[in-house]
Write a protein that binds this ligand. Structure first.
Ligand code: DGI
Ligand code: FE
Ligand code: FE
Length: 408
């Protein structure tokens, strides 16, 4: 069969300890741009007589990979290397894939670092003679050396007639080693897909526990313990996620009171698990007038009641943090920096997964606060009109304010 008409498969191997968004983006690029019909993600088996860093078994790493890549069109996760006894060599894996998939063209995906060492792999020359290579260059951040990829591609083509494709894709430099450290000792990492993060937290992998150990002060510890009595586990973990995202955003966007930013994040949904009746009672108790719209959209009430409850029950006295809680669901015109940070942290914290969150994360990463805020508001408004839900005037005011500020 002529090569052009054959279906294309590409092998993406690794330890995936843990898998991260740069892995996922790479696989998506191979499918969408490079025309690969099937990307086969292949978690490596445990090295004999030794644990991988972090101590995760191959089965768990396989599960994490399934969560990270699951559902991506054209991408599948294989357990072929896990099931094969003894050390797995890439050349054997490729041979097995070829045997199982006659008629397919099967390439190997590798990053620049691996690419330049291929000749020294087990049966490297044979591998280069038989296997097309898709190489993802390192980012050009001073360390990158595009010339190196070209040099080796020419060499492989001349010596072994290897078909080399150089991906034109800014593969981000994310390190699983750093991620393992962040999970145990720093903020919840943005680079791990939410589904993977939930699983890691659920099983306490890599030393991650979403409990009072995430507190940085005695006050946070006490609040976490109070909140764990009124919030379900999902909401408590989300609140911890928002607390940590607040610290990240505050650092990045120059909000100086980090402890206050974290407290606002931790407390923002403190009344979220109360039912509508209880929300209405809280409004009475604290003398809050609510509009008909708020009465008919009870999901809005937890922001209204969260403010006085955070003050009265959780001892939050700083007015700017109370305002941030009050407007965290709708936003409003003239939001303070802290209000914007909370609105966005709530939207993008690492444990969040809903359609539309990923583009907001990317815009926040690449373009900053205002464009991300605008996109989040647009998503919310689009989703509400889709469901024929009423749009709160504050939501519209926040959107208009974003647009007008952009134009001025
Ligand atoms: O409390 P969370 O789930 O963490 O997030 P949130 O406080 O942003 O609440 C999100 C919910 O609020 C979501 O179901 C959409 C709803 N919402 C946000 N803005 C409006 C709104 N609902 C109506 N009816 N009108 C709005 O303007
Ligand atoms: Fe909320
Ligand atoms: Fe929330």
């Amino acid at each position: 069969m002529p090569a052009e008409t054959r279906k294309k498969m590409a092998l993406l191997g690794g330890t995936f300890n843990p898998p991260h968004r740069a892995h996922v983006e790479l696989a998506e690029h191979a499918v969408r741009v490079l025309g690969i019909d099937r990307v086969v993600v292949m978690p490596a088996a445990d090295p004999p007589h030794k644990e991988v860093d972090g101590g995760l078994s191959a089965d768990l790493r396989h599960e994490l990979a399934r969560l990270a890549f699951g559902g991506l069109p054209g991408v599948e996760v294989s357990d072929l290397e896990l099931r094969r006894p003894g050390k797995s060599y890439t050349i054997d894996t490729l041979a097995e894939l070829r045997a199982q998939n006659p008629g397919w063209q099967i390439s190997l995906i590798c990053g620049q670092d691996m690419f330049v060492t291929l000749e020294s792999w087990y049966k490297g020359e044979e591998l280069l003679r038989t296997t097309p290579i898709l190489v993802f260059p390192r980012p050009e951040d001073g360390l990158g050396d595009a010339g190196e990829v070209t040099t080796f591609a020419r060499r492989y083509q001349a010596l072994y007639q290897t078909e080399v494709t150089v991906a034109d894709f800014p593969l981000r430099d994310v390190s699983s080693t750093d991620l393992r450290h962040e999970l145990a000792h720093e903020l919840l990492p943005t680079e791990i897909p939410a589904e993977v993060l939930w699983f890691i937290a659920d099983r306490g992998l890599y030393g991650l526990r979403l409990d009072e150990s995430r507190a940085k002060t005695e006050r946070e510890r006490a609040l976490l313990s109070q909140l764990s009595a009124v919030l379900d586990r999902h909401r408590l973990w989300h609140s911890i996620g928002v607390m940590e995202e607040m610290e990240r955003l505050a650092r990045r966007f120059g909000y100086e009171n980090l402890p206050l930013a974290r407290l606002a994040g931790l407390l923002h949904d403190c009344t979220k698990n109360e039912n509508t009746q209880k929300q209405l009672r809280l409004c009475q108790e604290f003398d809050i007038m609510i509009s008909n719209l708020e009465r008919s959209a009870p999901r809005l009430l937890h922001a209204v009641t969260g403010e006085p409850v955070a003050r009265a029950r959780y001892g939050l006295t700083e007015q700017e943090a109370l305002f941030a809680i009050r407007y965290h669901t709708t936003g409003r015109a003239g939001m303070s920096l802290l209000e914007k940070l909370l609105y966005l942290a709530d939207y993008v914290e690492p444990l969040r997964s809903f359609p539309g969150v990923e583009p907001v994360r990317r815009v926040l990463r690449d373009q900053g606060l205002e464009p991300a805020l605008l996109l989040a508001l647009k998503n919310t408004i689009a989703e509400l009109t889709e469901r024929d839900s009423p749009i709160h005037p504050d939501t519209l005011a926040a959107y208009n304010d974003c647009i007008l500020r952009r134009e001025s």
